[in-house]
Design a protein around this ligand. Sequence first.
Ligand SMILES: Nc1ncnc2c1ncn2[C@@H]1O[C@H](COP(=O)(O)OP(=O)(O)OP(=O)(O)O)[C@@H](O)[C@H]1O
Ligand SMILES: [Mg+2]
Length: 238
Amino acid sequence: MPQIEREKERPGETILEASGVKRVFGRGQVTVTALDQIHLAVPAGSMVALKGRSGSGKTTLLNILGALDEPSEGCVFLRGRKITGLPETERSRIRRTDIGLVFQSFGLIPLMSAYENVEFGLRVAGGPAKDNREAAERALERVGMRERMKHRPMELSGGEQQRVAIARAIAHRPSLLIADEPTAELDSKMGLQVMRVFRDLVSNSGMTIVLTTHDPGIMELADYVIALEDGKIVSQTA
Ligand SMILES: Nc1ncnc2c1ncn2[C@@H]1O[C@H](COP(=O)(O)OP(=O)(O)OP(=O)(O)O)[C@@H](O)[C@H]1O
Ligand SMILES: [Mg+2]
């Protein structure tokens, strides 16, 4: 079946932009400013790692970039379209079509096989059901898990489970993949395997990835490293 190619950004063009983002939690006397004065421009087809100590605002920023949360001030653009200040229904539509999310704890459904987990994700996203099987198998192939697709999560290693979770996150072919400490629960060998999958997605599928990590080995594999301190960007390296 011919696959409809999404229009691609040219590599290097800004795909994700944050402008003057601030996030304040709570109200009245007890507020926490988790992010302040965040300006970012992420080139298409690159991998960006966010680092910073616990509480520096990494997850808060990822949630805003991934359209899971709204900033208190400022805005975010994805592929030139504003994804902040929108009603929740619209934001969730953007997440279903253009964004993939990967979490530290994999989040697979234990009673479902790897294939069913990925296919179920597509069904929830509500695309045309007739294409789901092919899309799910292609995504599993992409992460090197097609041979194991009949296995349930408990029959897979942590690294394999995370690769299935990545397949689920990319099956709808998002342009942006957001991953919050995707290797934190893996040993260094499995973490590296997962990172190779990310690198391959960036190089061969033109995906853009923003992730957080505490692991210096992983930062080395990123194209850009952004350091956060107390909710502010303190350095940015290519
Ligand atoms: N829902 C919330 N309500 C109140 N404060 C919050 C909330 N979420 C995060 N914070 C605060 O915002 C700050 C940034 O938190 P965040 O989770 O972004 O840090 P992080 O860099 O991801 O840390 P870690 O490395 O531990 O995951 C912290 O001070 C945290 O306590
Ligand atoms: Mg965090």
